[in-house]
Design a protein around this ligand. Structure first.
Ligand code: SF4
Ligand code: SF3
Length: 548
């Protein structure tokens, strides 16, 4: 076994990637990621010890833990050199915290506080001894990893908020305290408590990001997004970071280069602040896993602000046109450096590159409609409530989450197609690409697919459910005519799931497969306590959801 990773839905044989990631992650990168997480635990032990002593933890430590967790999320960063550099940085930061503390905290003497290395070989040797499988008890391992994956998702959302100038100390503290909890000898009950609290902090983090996005760019509103192309060369921006989106739109103005969104960046079109840019042309292509094809025909420059990156094929011709920034990275793609404090990121290199490219090839025509985040839906509340009261809308189906390449995900297209015409899909995240171009029509002018936005905007869907509960004067959010049939892939879906559980949502069905990192006992707790279920066939599940 040269690595072990089971953090995403596509893990090999739904057990674990042991030779190379199905995602393309190489064993050296996978192991360095494990080593980085190991050091983050040490840094967190020191940070929490400093806080216990009433001393301040430097802001850079909070930021380092957040950014590093984000870098280890599925499909975000495949660049070995970046991880080697991070490990060096982690060691210096740890030593700085150790010095500030004056002594190693007792009974916390993990060697993450004392281990040091100069060479990559030393790092690799250590990495082989600190992975997931070091925890022998399968239930403890399962809960520790579930907690860590929740934290990774939380870190991603916290970082997007941070990039817009929004941060909350308590979120940083939770991230670090929870990492410390994974180093302690805790019982299954205690660890379950941490996992549930992680969901509460997931809600706080998504609320913070919602505030950051809507304060900075306005509340998403109903928008038709063109999926055809124009005649200029283009830049295709992917990922989730809206601050990068803003900097890119500003800097491409008047350059003759158009900007298109790919995959999870589609919802940027829904924000009022971005509508003023004439050259913000539309959305190109489909979900992340189709990028090998979409990037070929796009012809222009591609910018990744976050995951999901798919390694180019050996026959791909676009690799030299791809740039990464922020937490994302890939050896062979060019990387745009972080912004200097108070300044915009410098995208001039990729804009110049784009000018030399051919315009995109049109692969489809038409429009996608979206922008149904909480404020927009609240503005339509009367219409929606009326449709529910009159029976025009029988049921809502929350089909948020991720898309992926597994064949079994055609389930979601079929499910959407087979849903009765008096039902409405509430979506967020890239799961929508399985059905957002289908002609599903509308109900009294309300589209049958209401897209709130990115995966973090699942928070909007929760707010909409809570609002409906209030309007219908119900005591329990589970009494609403809402079913949850969620698709997951990576760790942001984990924090979304934990957040929904913490808001009291029950009977969520999760597919296309249940996480490999859930041990049978932990899975059982989720089933018993929250009614979590898996999926079967569209027909069977439809009957079950509709109570037929
Ligand atoms: Fe495997 Fe997923 Fe881990 Fe990649 S992220 S190595 S596909 S489990
Ligand atoms: Fe998608 Fe990667 Fe999860 Fe943000 S872009 S939802 S998979």
């Amino acid at each position: 076994m040269s690595m072990f990773c089971f953090q995403c839905q596509e893990t090999a044989q739904n057990r674990g990637c042991t030779v190379r990631g199905v995602c393309g992650k190489t064993p050296d990168v996978a192991n360095l990621q494990d080593l980085l997480v190991f050091l983050l635990k040490g840094i967190s032990v020191l940070a929490s010890a400093l806080r216990e002593k009433g001393e301040k933890v430097p802001a850079k430590a909070n930021r380092f833990v957040m950014e590093s967790l984000f870098m280890t999320i599925t499909n975000a960063n495949f660049d070995k050199e970046r991880f080697v550099k991070r490990v060096h940085e982690a060691l210096s930061l740890r030593d700085e915290l150790l010095e500030a503390l004056g002594s190693v905290p007792e009974e916390r003497g993990s060697d993450s506080l004392s281990w040091r290395a100069e060479s990559v070989e030393e790092m690799e040797a250590k990495a082989a001894t600190v992975g997931i499988l070091q925890t022998e008890d399968v239930d403890v391992r399962s809960l520790r990893e579930l907690l860590i994956y929740g934290l990774k998702g939380m870190a991603a959302y916290a970082e997007h908020a941070f990039n817009l100038g929004f941060e909350q100390e308590e979120i940083f503290i939770f991230m670090q305290d929870a990492l410390v909890a994974t180093t302690q000898d805790l019982s299954v009950e205690e660890l379950t408590g941490w996992v549930l609290r992680c969901g509460e902090y997931g809600v706080k983090t998504m609320a913070l990001l919602d505030k950051a996005n809507t304060t900075t760019y306005g509340s998403p509103e109903i928008t038709k997004v063109n999926i055809g192309v124009r005649k200029n060369p283009g830049i295709l921006i992917s990922g989730h970071d809206l601050r990068d989106m803003q900097d890119l739109l500003e800097q491409t103005q008047g350059t003759g280069v158009d900007v298109y969104t790919h995959s999870e960046m589609l919802p940027a079109h829904y924000y009022p602040a971005f509508k003023k840019y004439e050259h913000f042309a539309g959305n190109y292509g489909s979900a992340w896993w189709k990028q090998n094809e979409d990037f070929e025909t796009f012809n222009g420059v591609i910018l990744f602000t976050t995951n999901c990156i798919v390694p180019p094929r050996s026959t791909s011709t676009y690799a030299d046109r791809v740039y990464t920034t922020g937490a994302s990275g890939f050896a062979g793609f060019k990387h745009i450096a972080d912004r200097q404090e108070g300044k915009a990121k410098d995208f001039s290199a990729l804009i110049e590159h784009a000018k030399r490219c051919a315009p995109p090839v049109e692969i489809e025509q038409g429009e996608i409609i979206g922008g149904f985040a909480h404020a927009q839906v609240f503005a339509l509340a009367d219409k929606v409530v009326e449709a529910v009261k009159s029976g025009a809308i029988r049921k809502f189906f929350v089909m948020a989450g991720c898309d992926g390449r597994m064949k079994g995900r055609s389930y979601y297209t079929e499910f959407a197609e087979k849903l009765p015409k008096d039902t409405v899909i509430l979506t967020a995240g890239c799961a929508k690409y399985r059905y957002n171009k289908l002609p599903l029509g509308d109900i009294n002018g309300i589209p049958r697919v209401l897209d709130a936005g990115q995966c973090n905007d699942s928070y909007s869907l929760a707010l909409i459910a809570l609002k409906l509960k209030e309007v219908f004067e119900l005591n329990d959010v589970n009494d609403l005519p809402i079913a949850y049939n969620i698709a997951w892939y990576e760790q942001k879906a984990v924090i979304v799931l934990l957040a929904l559980l913490s808001l009291g949502v029950k009977n969520i069905h999760l597919g296309p497969t249940l996480p490999a990192f859930l041990s049978p006992n932990v899975a059982n707790v989720l089933v018993q306590t929250f009614g979590i279920g898996s999926i079967t066939t569209p027909d069977e599940d439809m009957k079950m959801f509709l109570g037929e």
